[in-house]
Design a protein around this ligand. Structure first.
Ligand code: FAD
Length: 309
């Protein structure tokens, strides 16, 4: 198989895993990455739930991904893929600034973009108190006071988890009517160490080396109060950035890619979606690397069968 046959969009855990598996199957993927190999792991303080790593700094794991690609002779093309369309013969046309080509198979592994919250001071405390993942970072705030911003299921579910390990959890919601299911809200209210502030919004955050407090404002009365906290978890949503994928019938109404959970193939034959960018119940490094390996395996099987189902 020549180098033009398989493209992978995104070199986060999902894309890197797919690339490694394909290379070991004797295939040669072309890997596009718009920023850094490792994707979100570059922005993760510590990872301690990936088997084999007791306490890995996220960027160190990203470095290992790069090393492994190098070892397998895979050189990413550092360029954002700007459009992906389907050709009449069923192949895909992919365009980036550095390369434009047709590919028989494409694996979409472009992750998610976090929705910005626009909280003054937020930038200074990224990885120093502000997180968007309680499953990942919650244990680092064990026994401490934390805030959660959001009112959907993700916010309440993660807040419920934090309530079991943190000293206190305050949830800040913009409206008094929550988007979350009543059951998860009720669970949150049952904890003795939880408080809901609604309708409030965060207006600033303060600290020296790391986050120490957040100021919130009542959206009706304008009253402000400052809450001490070591951690702030933002659940204001993530945005799937899949506009560049101009292939019919492969996205849900929110722009997430929909793939078969066993093969990772979308409704469009030979187009795969892996990792955070697809509809799934868990978005982690483990699930991303699993998805990548399954897509690579399906492509290999398909290739061996000469594209016959
Ligand atoms: C703060 C935080 C902490 C976390 N902690 C943990 C943890 O402790 N344990 C854990 O298992 N998981 C953790 N996660 C989740 C984990 O990082 C993700 O689930 C995982 O990185 C998803 O991998 P992915 O390859 O699907 O996507 P990503 O890691 O997002 O990678 C996608 C890649 O695609 C690239 N890309 C996007 N669009 C294009 C384009 N058009 N062209 C080319 N390239 C493109 C991006 O630059 C990026 O490199 C955490 C996430 C966050 C935000």
């Amino acid at each position: 198989m020549n180098a033009k046959e398989i493209a992978i969009v995104g070199a986060g855990p999902a894309g890197v895993s797919a690339a490694i598996y394909l290379k070991r199957y004797g295939m040669v993927p072309v890997l596009f990455e718009k920023e850094l190999v490792g994707g979100k792991t570059n922005y993760t303080e510590r990872i301690e739930n990936y088997p084999g790593y007791l306490e890995e700094k996220g960027p160190q794991l990203a470095d290992r991904f790069s090393d492994q690609l190098r070892r397998f002779g895979i050189k990413p093309i550092y360029s954002a893929v700007e459009s992906l369309t389907r050709n009449e013969d069923g192949s895909f046309h992919l365009r980036s600034r550095k390369r434009e080509d047709d590919f028989r198979y494409v694996i979409l592994a472009n992750g998610l973009s976090e929705r910005p919250y626009h909280l003054p001071g937020e930038e200074a405390f990224q990885r120093r108190g502000i997180s968007r993942c309680a499953i990942c970072d919650g244990p680092f705030f064990q026994g401490k006071d934390v805030l959660v911003i959001g009112s959907g299921n993700a916010a309440f579910e993660e807040a419920n988890y934090l309530a079991t390990i943190c000293s206190s959890v305050s949830l800040i919601a913009r409206r008094t009517a929550f988007r979350a299911d009543q059951a998860v809200v009720d669970t949150f209210r049952r904890f003795a160490n939880t408080t809901i502030y609604a309708p409030y919004e965060a207006v600033s955050c303060q600290g020296r080396e790391s986050l120490e407090s957040v100021t919130i404002r009542n959206r009706e009365s304008g009253e402000e109060r400052t809450l001490s906290c070591a951690g702030l978890f933002l659940y204001v949503g993530a945005i799937p950035v899949t506009d560049y994928v101009q292939v019919e019938g492969v996205k849900d109404e929110n722009g997430y890619l929909v793939a078969d959970p066993e093969t990772m193939e979308t409704k469009a034959k030979n187009l795969f979606a892996v990792g955070d960018c697809r509809t799934t119940v868990l978005r982690q490094v483990t699930t991303a690397v699993s998805d990548g390996s399954l897509a690579a395996t399906k492509i290999h099987d398909d290739y061996l069968r000469g594209g016959q189902d």
